[in-house]
Write a protein of this length. Structure first.
Length: 499
């Protein structure tokens, strides 16, 4: 019998039907995956499940077969329902134990926090998950993967019956993701129900027992994972076949070398980061050059040096002429653009409109006598919104209100509008759904067809293989392999990345 059963769940916001008669059943000792594109209703369903918002009249929630109105998140935790958000909510200057028992610390006889009891309790919870971390360690000393584990430990300390995990591996390395999936299996064996939300389809088939698919606010399928295939899942999510996303790749690469990098090394060592050394490669005109490596291998550091964000030694040539990338301004002047992996923190100003974000990289083009020509700026933004297929009510919409895929397109648009010769794109589809991924991939292909050289950095191996003309594999700050598109199989790339 399901521990949690939701039937006829609907939620209407002004002008939007976010959920329409959705149903969900979660059993203890089960990993239940929820799949769907951005906007399918996953987040709204989780908010109702955790008491953040209420469903419309007519919806019924049964907890252990008892009709229940979940009043708020505190009530949800008392009922045994906890959520671990994609954006971790930790207090960096507190210890592991203090974070696990935040706002419910055990108190001694004089009203002071019983630190020894708290540390012992935290150590016990961590041991249950086979997590070897000292409870007295400050959170700021931990990696993203370790912080994710502490979030799980905190949920366990509430004696959770069901734990909701929203994109838990989005920022984890391959090793950390593997560790997390092992912990999830351990939780399942301890009779805890897991609601697992991810855009990574391979994880669903690796970890889930059951899957529910949402599309446009409705439940379109729910079945045991043994009866689901990747083709069926993609079709249910987006009403298109899998072949629509990975069509025939057309290379637009020429033999002309546009940029040449020789002996690139990190000038100053940075603790806990890969030490890039003696990196050599060429970028050809019209080429999509893929960089693959496990998180922490040094891919991003290489691109930050090329873009003038880090001091380096070695040489960089563009069109056969030596250039020195002293800072990002120098890189931009030499025809480079950089779409960072952190679109919300570094790529966009979330409180500004689509138009304002679009023109940030080239605002001077619309200025006369220190005044912005709003008409020219708006017309150019309109053109790129149409050409890139950015879905927005209008260009004055704040980008914070757009989906992840459309936010990513705005970041790409603001760089493409500068007419760079080389566009570096770091983790181009992190955190966006499969439909938006296909649109971003098609966009990169179209830009290459127009003669732009593109460097794609990704930890998503199928993505690298789908979009690249050539693949460079990075391991421990060095190039561990170079493979042509014909030779780049998942097995060969992963072997080079892991040694």
């Amino acid at each position: 019998m399901p521990f949690l059963e939701m039937t006829n769940i609907s939620k209407t916001y002004p002008g939007v039907k976010a959920l329409d008669q959705v149903g969900l059943s979660v059993r203890l000792g089960e990993v239940h995956a929820i799949a769907g594109e951005n906007g399918a209703g996953k987040s709204t369903l989780m908010k109702i499940m955790t008491g953040v918002t209420k469903s419309d009249a007519g919806g019924v929630i049964l907890i252990d077969n008892v009709p229940t109105l979940i009043r708020d998140p505190v009530h949800a935790r008392l009922l045994g329902i906890n959520i671990i958000h994609q954006e971790l909510s930790m207090v960096e200057n507190l210890t592991v134990a203090e974070n696990i028992f935040l706002a419910r610390e055990p108190l001694g006889s004089f009203g002071f926090i019983a630190a020894k009891q708290m540390n012992d309790s935290a150590r016990k919870v961590l041991a249950e998950l086979d997590i070897n971390i000292d409870p007295k360690t400050p959170m700021s000393k931990l990696s993203i993967g370790q912080k994710q584990m502490i979030e799980i430990a905190r949920a366990i300390s509430y004696e959770s019956k069901i734990i909701i995990m929203d994109e838990p591996t989005a920022s984890l390395s391959h090793h950390e993701s593997t560790t997390l999936l092992r912990v999830i299996k351990k939780l399942r064996d301890q009779n805890i129900g897991i609601v697992y939300i991810t855009h990574r389809l391979e994880e669903i088939f690796q970890i889930a027992d059951h899957i529910t698919v949402l599309r446009d606010g409705k439940t379109v399928d729910s079945r045991p994972i043994a009866r689901m295939t990747r083709d069926i899942l993609v079709h249910k999510m987006v009403d298109r076949e899998l072949t629509a996303f990975f069509g025939e790749h057309k290379s637009h690469a020429t033999r002309d070398v546009l940029m040449s990098v020789r002996g690139l090394s990190m000038k100053h060592a940075v603790p806990h980061q890969a030490q890039v050394r003696d990196v050599n490669f060429d970028v050809h005109k019209g080429e999509v050059l893929g960089f693959f490596g496990l998180i922490g291998a040094g891919r991003t550091e290489i691109m930050e040096m090329i873009f003038g964000l880090r001091p380096y030694t070695g040489s960089i040539e563009i069109d056969g002429k030596p250039v020195e990338m002293k800072n990002p301004s120098t890189a931009i002047e030499n025809g480079l653009g950089f779409v960072t992996e952190d679109r919300k923190g570094q790529g966009l100003v979330l409180g500004m409109s689509v138009r304002e974000n679009f023109s940030l990289t080239h605002l001077a083009e619309y200025c006369s006598f220190d005044f912005v020509n709003r008409g020219r700026e708006t017309a150019q933004c309109d053109r790129f919104v149409r050409e890139l297929g950015i879905k927005t009510p209008d260009n004055e919409q704040k980008v914070v209100n757009l989906s992840g895929g459309n936010q990513q397109k705005v970041v790409i648009a603001k760089w493409v509008a500068r007419r760079p010769r080389i566009l570096i794109v770091d983790e181009p589809t992190r955190g966006i759904d499969i439909g938006a991924k296909a649109e971003v991939h098609a966009l990169l292909s179209n830009l290459a067809e127009q003669g732009l050289s593109i460097i794609v950095i990704s930890s998503d191996l199928p993505e690298v293989l789908a979009v690249s003309d050539r693949v460079l594999v990075i391991k421990a700050g060095q190039i561990a392999g170079e493979l042509s598109r014909a030779d780049a199989t998942q097995e060969r790339v992963m072997l080079a990345a892991t040694g």
